[in-house]
Ligand binder design. Structure first.
Ligand SMILES: Cc1cc2nc3c(=O)[nH]c(=O)nc-3n(C[C@H](O)[C@H](O)[C@H](O)COP(=O)(O)OP(=O)(O)OC[C@H]3O[C@@H](n4cnc5c(N)ncnc54)[C@H](O)[C@@H]3O)c2cc1C
Length: 600
């Protein structure tokens, strides 16, 4: 069974010493309440909840899974009780406005909470996580009446939310979606269709479930331009939220799947269910992007969570498993062999997971500042700017951190040798749970196309250019006056190479459009390694300054510098391989004809 100890010291390093959340909070209205004492208290309480309530349920959730019986879903032992404590603690509305029953704290505080919860027990965390996405969508697109009714209940946690996009024939390509919404005289709609793979679609936690559903109105244009968004409650209610009768929504079955067994992945049938339009007709996909971007950052956290949990649980094993002698001389003379942590290859695996976890945390928490700015913006222009910046980072965070999370989980299993493959230690569960993260909320392939297509080329390189400027600014400043100038030099070099390869790829794409698709995965991975290098360079500067100042916590800062060195020496060079692949011939991918694929 895995254990979880919340990395509070590292979280505090990121929010206080690296990113100065306190200064950031002074620039947004919701930040007034988020004093350093308050942030610390909330982080500590969330850490306690994660360690003491959720972590012990992680293995139980995996073993028992969810049970479906005639449309009802029973969650694993202890899940429901943990959710009751969650609601009583007022956690669900932490980052939502006071007027809807929330605590009015910044969104970024919600992300810290999500990391702690998600690392302790990802399956459980998806129930409140999906609700958060529904809450954000309602907050941005709902009418005042909709917010008073649905958002208040969701903030309270007595109702939960879902996201109903996927249908059997389409997940990535939602333009093919077929669910229908028939307008009624009273202004409501009748929703009919079947959605599949709906996380937290049915369960025994809450009085009501609010499904946020994509469907088409009669005569709507084909493709993505004819999709609208609807609120469809499991139970109909009066305007004050009193439950009246069952709506035409039923859970047809739940999936039997590789991981996240504690979370119900449901087929949801809508049979003339009463629904209410959310936002404008035919603009549902845009409205849903609010939902998707928050959900995607949430999924990026799953990558970070996998790296963190994998590292934490592989480390004690590496310290206490003895095998052969160290190449540089005996380390444990009283044992028949040396602890495997003395072997460079085992260290490589541990440090890879550690570097991805700490680097990923810095990346996500910095992006969380944009979500604060987006939600708290006073003008539409400010909101658009923050949303665009976050939009640029989202595919990198989501795809790169989930890919690296999976690698960390695999490495941590490997540290255990054959014992990693059996259930006892829980390492294979981390891998199985993490595997979905590269698939849902837009697969790595879709994120890669989104990054290079919408966020770079169609944007006219504006966001890309702004991001590069940030990297160059930091790099050149610290190349002259920094404490780790070698990292700044590398950062500048890799950014220059990124620019060169991007230009080359776009030029090649003007001759062959498939060049973009063939390069997209490598482009995304390069972007990920480079972004993480920026944060590792910043972390190294902070750690080196702290050491120069003297004072406490020397070991923490030295370990930070050693991990930075590992990142720059052993992980960042992988980007060169991606650069090489990015601009290799498109024909190497596209030349094979379909008949030759089957000729073997
Ligand atoms: C456990 C679980 C939970 C989920 N939770 C939810 C949920 O709560 N709500 C919800 O609505 N959905 C949910 N999903 C669905 C999930 O988001 C989709 O499965 C995912 O978006 C991929 O869609 P698909 O399965 O239809 O794959 P497809 O879209 O068929 O893709 C198949 C493959 O083709 C690739 N591909 C497709 N088009 C392109 C392209 N243009 N360029 C390059 N590559 C391409 C993809 O990258 C992928 O590798 C969940 C799925 C699972 C398994």
């Amino acid at each position: 069974m895995t254990v979880y100890k919340a990395p509070v010291r590292d979280i505090n390093f990121v929010i206080n010493e690296l990113l100065d959340f306190n200064a950031h909070y002074q620039t947004i209205p919701a930040g007034a309440e988020a004093t350093p004492d308050m942030v610390e208290a909330i982080t500590n309480e969330a850490a306690k909840f994660a360690e003491e309530v959720l972590s012990p349920l992680n293995q139980i959730g995996d073993e028992q899974g969810c049970q479906w019986n005639d449309g009802e879903v029973t969650t694993p032992e202890g899940f429901k009780e943990a959710y009751k404590l969650w609601v009583e603690g007022g956690w669900q509305g932490l980052s939502h406005p006071v007027e809807y029953g929330g605590q009015g704290l910044p969104m970024s505080m919600g992300l810290i909470k999500s990391e702690l919860v998600g690392t302790a027990n990802w399956s459980w965390g998806m129930y409140p996580g999906l609700s958060l996405g529904a809450m954000n969508t309602l907050y941005v697109h709902g009418t005042e009446e909709q917010k008073q009714l649905y958002l208040s209940k969701l903030c309270e946690g007595t109702w939960t939310g879902t996201m109903c996009l996927t249908e059997a024939h389409c997940g990535s390509d939602l333009g093919q979606m077929r669910s229908k919404a028939e307008p009624q005289e009273d202004g409501s709609y009748r929703i009919t269709g079947t959605k599949i793979f709906i996380s937290a679609g049915e369960h025994d936690f809450a009085e009501n479930i609010i499904h946020i559903v994509l469907a088409r109105t009669p005569g709507a244009p084909e493709g993505t331009k004819g999709i609208s968004l609807f609120i469809v409650p499991k139970f109909n209610t009066t305007e004050d939220g009193t439950i009246t009768d069952r709506n035409g929504v039923r859970c047809g079955s739940i999936e039997h799947k590789m991981g996240i067994h504690g979370n119900a992945t449901c087929v949801i049938n809508f049979d003339s269910a009463t629904g209410y339009m959310l936002g404008q007709e035919n603009e549902g996909l845009n409205a849903m992007f609010t939902f998707m971007n928050t959900a995607r950052i949430g999924t990026a956290i799953q990558g970070l969570a996998a790296s963190e949990l994998a590292y934490q649980n592989a480390l004690p094993y590496a310290l206490d498993r003895y095998s052969m002698r160290s190449l540089s001389g005996v380390k444990n003379p009283d044992k028949a062999g040396d602890a495997i942590i003395h072997h460079p290859d085992v260290r490589r695996m541990l440090l890879t997971a550690r570097a991805f976890a700490e680097g990923g945390r810095a990346m996500i928490y910095d992006a969380a500042k944009y979500s604060d700015r987006m939600v708290q913006a006073e003008t539409q222009a400010d909101r658009d700017e923050a949303e665009n910046e976050l939009g640029f980072l989202t595919p990198i965070l989501k795809a790169f951190l989930t890919e690296t999370g999976l690698e960390s989980a695999s490495n941590a299993m490997q540290v255990f040798g054959g014992h990693g493959f059996i259930k006892e230690h829980g390492m294979e569960q981390i891998y199985r749970d993490a595997r979905i993260a590269t698939m849902y909320e837009g697969t790595t392939g879709i994120q890669a196309m989104d990054l290079i297509g919408r966020k770079v080329v169609l944007d006219g390189f504006k966001l890309y250019g702004g991001f590069c400027k940030k990297l160059y600014k930091f790099g050149f400043k610290n190349l002259i006056s920094g404490k780790r100038r070698c990292y700044s030099a590398k950062l500048i070099g890799y950014t220059l190479s990124w620019n060169w390869h991007t230009i080359k790829m776009v030029a090649r794409a003007s001759r062959n459009r498939d060049a973009v698709g063939a390069a997209s995965y490598d482009f995304l991975m390069y972007s990920g390694y480079l972004s993480m290098a920026y944060y590792w360079a910043m972390m190294a500067e902070v750690a080196a300054s702290k050491l120069a100042e003297g004072g406490d916590d020397k070991a923490f800062y030295e370990a930070k510098l050693e991990t930075a060195e590992f990142y720059f020496s052993r992980l960042l060079p992988r980007a060169k391989g991606h650069a090489g692949c990015m601009n290799s011939s498109t024909d190497s991918v596209m030349a094979m004809t379909l008949d030759r694929f089957t000729t073997r």
